[in-house]
Write a protein that binds this ligand. Structure first.
Ligand code: PAF
Length: 291
């Protein structure tokens, strides 16, 4: 694996290896890599001729400075994981290289019309978060110019927002969404999990159980709002769990699902504080066209 700290050096190296007809796949990350990221790299390797990953803790998508400061940084084991899974190129820049004009520069991409996708759920709880996400993903796509972008289903709303950006700007990159990788008790893998105490880790496994119950209830025709309330009350009753929201949504608009509405994808999303750590997760209850 070749590592580059500047966009110009990476672009040059990519141009040198890219043969006509080659497919370049890109796995953007913020480091602190785990088996979920490994699944993205594996999917990329299977589908693409060239695999590029990035590690960049993007400051502009953190709405809480404490979250940015405590975000785990494990460069050595990250490099080892990428290497072990056959990643070809790693972009590992400093802030100045990603944002030569400064991170606070407003960009066109931050002001596109994302409709209902950015103002609810994570958008409401983390003001400015998605503006930072689209800013950095757009910049990374300009640098890497991939054919396929690999993202994890765990960040369901992020996927919807990036999909919209790619479509509005006609960027010509295909999205490949990789299912969430879970621990044995169902906890979705997340870089933030390593900040959980042993007791918090134990109880965090319950989040997925509650989402599973909501998804099963929806498939049996239970009212969505009742299921949401049951899950919120069930989680809030557990020590250290503070659910911020549990919402059943139309997977395309991310608007609240109204019972009986015909939707192509029905998804329950949650954000839960476990002690000081904020975790998100989701379960797709129904999909009209499973791929
Ligand atoms: O999902 C993430 O890790 C980040 O939001 C991403 C896509 C790498 C952008 O910083």
């Amino acid at each position: 694996m070749q590592t580059f700290t500047t966009a110009s050096a990476l672009s040059e190296a990519l141009a040198a290896v890219r043969r006509p007809g080659d497919t370049v796949g890109f796995v953007p990350t913020m480091g602190a890599l785990h088996r979920g990221h490994a699944a993205l790299v594996k999917a990329c390797r299977l589908e693409c001729d060239v695999t590029v990953a990035s590690i960049f803790v993007n400051p502009t998508q953190f709405n809480e400075s404490a979250d940015l400061e405590t975000y785990p940084r494990t460069p050595e084991s990250d490099r080892a994981l990428l290497e072990a899974h056959g990643c070809d190129f790693l972009y590992f820049p400093e802030v100045d290289d990603v944002y030569p004009d400064g991170p606070d520069t407003e960009s066109l991409v931050m002001n596109l019309d994302y409709g209902t996708l950015t103002d609810r759920l994570e958008g409401a709880h983390r003001p400015g978060h998605f503006a930072g996400v689209v800013q950095v993903v757009h910049r990374l796509l300009q640098i890497v110019e991939p054919d396929v972008l690999f993202l994890g289903q765990k960040d369901y709303q992020q996927v919807a927002v990036i999909r919209r950006m790619v479509s509005l700007l006609d960027l010509g990159v295909r999205l490949h969404i990789v299912p969430t990788v879970r621990e044995q008790d169902g906890l979705a893998l997340s870089s933030r999990n390593r900040r959980l105490s042993p007791d918090e880790r134990l109880v965090a496994g319950k989040i997925n159980q509650h989402l599973g119950a909501v998804a099963a209830g929806l498939r049996s025709g239970w009212p969505a709002r009742e299921l949401e309330q049951l899950a919120i009350r069930g989680m809030a009753a557990l020590p250290a769990l503070k659910p911020e929201y549990v919402e059943v949504v139309d997977g395309h608009t991310l608007l609240p699902y109204q019972d009986g509405d015909p939707v192509e994808e029905l998804t329950v999303l949650t954000a839960v504080r476990v002690g000081d750590v904020r975790l998100i997760d989701n379960r797709i209850a129904y999909r009209a066209n499973p791929s």
